[in-house]
Design a protein around this ligand. Structure first.
Ligand code: SF4
Length: 399
């Protein structure tokens, strides 16, 4: 059976952050339909699993990720029902990694223990910054003390692995301070850290402000300096910079995200969730579907979803793509090059029935190697560390 994962999206937050382009909606906790949403996700799960079975596709699930939105707002009992249903419906590995994204405003020791009791063994905490002015700028509801407390509570709880997110590259941020924040959370005892550069997305509040020149922007040189300082400081503290934005102590890598970067299939459940599934036992065909992005519509349709895989005309998917081999290989290149270990182009292309080295790609690779932006060792492609800041551009040249 092939390795695969399950992603469950929980679309509600206490407030909408101005930089956020995820499917998330501000809601008062008492208005969240905890159980109805869990019922809808479980119904969708059963419909999709039946579809996979009918297509002869057999997966063993290695990881489950509850993302959002703010899954720590979901009653642990409802989240646990969904997790139990996943375990019931699909074969899972013995050491299943189960992550829940948590925000400091909805995570304390009791809630962390409640999540652990229903099977969550990894918490990913949205710290984002330890500075009050930055948290305010980012529209976050917690303060620095709240972030530190949430991390400490998670570490003291029965959840065995704790990760936290930081955002760097804010206007006016001193690279030394970005480094200090990273080392502070690292020294708090987490085993995994995600350090994301602030990106301005169209359709967000920040995107609107940037369009009219009213958003203070960071200087590129200082952003690059922050990236390199964080890299050096965390590596010196025993964290491996194993992916452009991610650092882990040995054995603490995010297995769920590694699955994405390695091109493994994933079942996406919940409002706005994206899934990428194979449609035949040999893995030659694949589809990507996105669920309805409106929570009420999602629940209404998911509770009646007929068995099967996503299709263009199923009246459910808000976006649908049948993925051909070339498209899938381009995605493997884009994602595989994010990893410190890179990826094996020939091995990625083989199951897709695609030529890994057409003449044009060969030429592009040679040029990138000459520029020091790519290392080619046999069929293994990697981007050297200083070139990580331009990884998307490097990958695009190999398309
Ligand atoms: S808490 Fe996370 S998901 Fe929710 S609005 Fe903010 S960035 Fe988006």
């Amino acid at each position: 059976m092939k390795p695969a994962s399950v992603y469950v999206h929980f679309p509600w937050c206490l407030a909408k952050c101005p930089y956020c382009d995820f499917t998330s909606y501000a809601a008062k906790p008492e208005t969240i339909p905890h159980d109805r949403y869990a019922d809808a996700v479980i119904h969708e799960l059963r419909a999709r699993v039946a579809g996979l079975r009918a297509a002869g596709v057999e997966y063993t699930i290695g990881t489950v990720f509850f993302g959002g939105g703010t899954p720590s707002l979901w009653k642990a009992e409802a989240l646990g029902r969904v997790l139990a249903a996943i375990r019931e419906e699909l074969p899972t590995v013995e050491d299943l990694e189960v992550t829940a994204e948590c925000n400091p405003t909805s995570l304390d020791r009791d809630h962390a223990d409640a999540l652990a009791a229903v099977g969550v063994n990894r918490a990913s905490i949205g710290t984002q910054s330890l500075r009050e002015d930055e948290l305010k700028f980012l529209g976050r509801l917690h303060d620095s003390a709240g972030a530190s407390r949430a991390v400490a509570d998670a570490l003291a709880s029965n959840i065995s692995r704790v990760s936290t997110d930081l955002i760097f590259g804010l206007a006016g941020q001193d690279p030394a301070d970005a480094e200090l924040q990273a080392t502070t959370v690292a020294e708090a005892g987490v085993g995994h850290l995600s350090c994301y550069q602030l990106t301005i997305e169209a359709g967000t509040r920040f995107g609107e402000l940037a369009k009219v020149g009213r958003l203070p922007m960071a200087d590129d040189g200082r952003v690059a300096e922050a990236f390199l300082r964080i890299d050096a400081a965390l590596e010196a503290r025993g964290f491996r910079h194993y992916e452009i934005s991610n650092y882990a102590k040995p054995g603490q890598e995010a297995r769920h995200n590694l699955g994405y970067w390695r091109g493994e299939p994933y079942l996406g459940l919940g409002c706005g969730a994206v899934g990428c599934l194979e449609t035949d036992a040999a893995g030659q065909g694949a589809v990507r579907g996105r669920n309805p992005i409106d929570p009420a519509k999602y629940m209404q349709l998911a509770l009646d979803l007929p068995t099967g895989l996503p299709t263009e005309s199923d009246g459910f998917s808000s976006h649908f793509e049948a993925l051909d081999g070339e498209t899938r290989l381009r995605e493997r290149i884009m994602l595989g090059l994010r990893l410190a270990d890179g990826f094996d182009l020939r091995a990625a292309a083989a199951p897709l029935g695609v030529d890994p080295w057409p003449a044009e790609r060969k030429r592009a690779a040679e040029k990138l190697v000459a520029q020091g932006k790519l290392v080619v060792d046999g069929d293994r492609l990697t981007i050297p560390r200083p070139g990580w800041l331009f990884a998307d551009d490097t990958a695009a040249r190999l398309f």
